[in-house]
Design a protein around this ligand. Structure first.
Ligand SMILES: [Zn+2]
Length: 341
């Protein structure tokens, strides 16, 4: 086995096998079979120690020669298989498109709503999501025993991690009313979009976090007609100029009188369908004239100033406009949903 003639055999067999190999995988197999650590050349070299010095020299030289010849041939064949970058480029193939991201349907909804009110002269303000009882309830004329303060409706933050007592996750964006009233003097005209939190059972219609847009205007001689004008203007622009509004008397602690606003069902044009529960109307927001008690709490003179406030759920009106039937879809991050809307 250990003489240069055997090496010549190995070399010529290797070359012959390479000539039959027509893809990278087969060339790789030949490489392992001949040049690998347990390959034929390594096996042949194991007999080296039994040879005389002269024989060893001749055999070693032949083995090295065979090894480099096979390695060079394999390398050449492999690089010939790789397509050259420019010559093989087919410029007529369709390009690869990079998908661009887009804004979440709720972010877009908030932008659309905000933009409409900005054109009506409202400034935009934001407030903290972690709030004290005073800004979320007390200053807004909620009595001490109001059910909204109940642990079952409101998320209270635990004092155990070093937080001061009485902090909660705001249940509405109306806290921004009080914070802005404290910072400014009338006249003012503001909308405040943001997240709110309620301890609700999650269903297709309710989620424990959602978005509201709060709006309010305070000044001299601000009346319910100003409020109605702003809300009709908004609904006509956001939904459709054909839409009708209905103001129903209601109750909120921080407004007096208070109303809930329904719009004629945009799905069935008021004829009745499953979305409007065959009523023809859909409730979209609550509103009213700011209660004098709220004005007094922030140091505004209720004899001099009047104002209105309204609050709408962003998810609800985006669902109506885009005909989305399950609020949970907004929070599941399913890309098929976010792409569609
Ligand atoms: Zn309907």
């Amino acid at each position: 086995m250990s003489n240069p003639a055997n090496i010549d055999r190995i070399l010529s067999d290797g070359v012959a096998e390479l000539e039959k190999a027509d893809d990278a995988e087969k060339i790789g197999e030949v490489k392992i079979h001949y040049l690998g650590r347990k390959g034929l050349l390594s096996a042949a070299l194991k007999g080296l120690k039994d040879l005389s010095i002269d024989e060893r020299k001749a055999f070693g030289a032949a083995a090295n020669n065979a090894k480099s010849e096979l390695a060079a041939k394999i390398e050449g064949m492999l690089s010939a298989l790789k397509p050259s970058t420019k010559a093989d480029l087919d410029y007529t193939l369709p390009g690869q498109t990079n998908r661009l991201g887009r804004l979440h349907p709720l972010t877009r909804g908030i932008k659309e709503i905000t933009e409409i009110f900005r054109r009506m002269g409202f400034a935009v303000a934001t407030g903290p999501e972690i709030e004290t009882d005073y800004y979320n309830f007390g200053a807004l004329n909620f009595p001490e025993d109001h059910p909204a303060r109940d642990m079952q409706d409101t998320f209270y933050l635990s004092e155990t991690n070093g937080l001061p007592p009485g902090l909660l996750l705001r249940t509405h964006t109306s806290n921004v009313q009080i914070r802005e009233f404290e910072r400014r003097k009338p006249p003012l005209k503001i909308i405040a979009p943001g997240k709110v939190y309620r301890h609700e059972a999650v269903s297709s219609r309710a989620y424990c976090v959602f978005h509201q847009v709060e709006g309010f205007q305070v000044g001299e001689n601000i009346s319910m007609a100003d409020m109605k004008g702003a809300l009709v203007g908004f609904c006509h622009e956001y939904f459709s100029p054909e839409i009708e509004l209905r103001f129903r008397p209601s109750f909120f602690p921080f407004t007096e009188p208070s109303a809930e606003v329904d719009v004629s069902c945009i799905i069935c044009d008021g004829k009745g369908c499953s979305v409007c529960k065959y009523d023809g109307w859909l409730e979209i927001l609550g509103c009213g004239m700011i209660d004098p008690n709220v004005m007094t709490a922030v140091g505004y003179d209720p004899e001099k100033y009047t104002g209105y406030a309204f609050g709408m759920g962003v998810e609800r009106i985006v669902m109506l406009k885009r005909r989305i039937t399950d609020i949970r879809l907004f929070y599941e991050n399913d890309i098929r949903f976010t792409r569609k809307y």
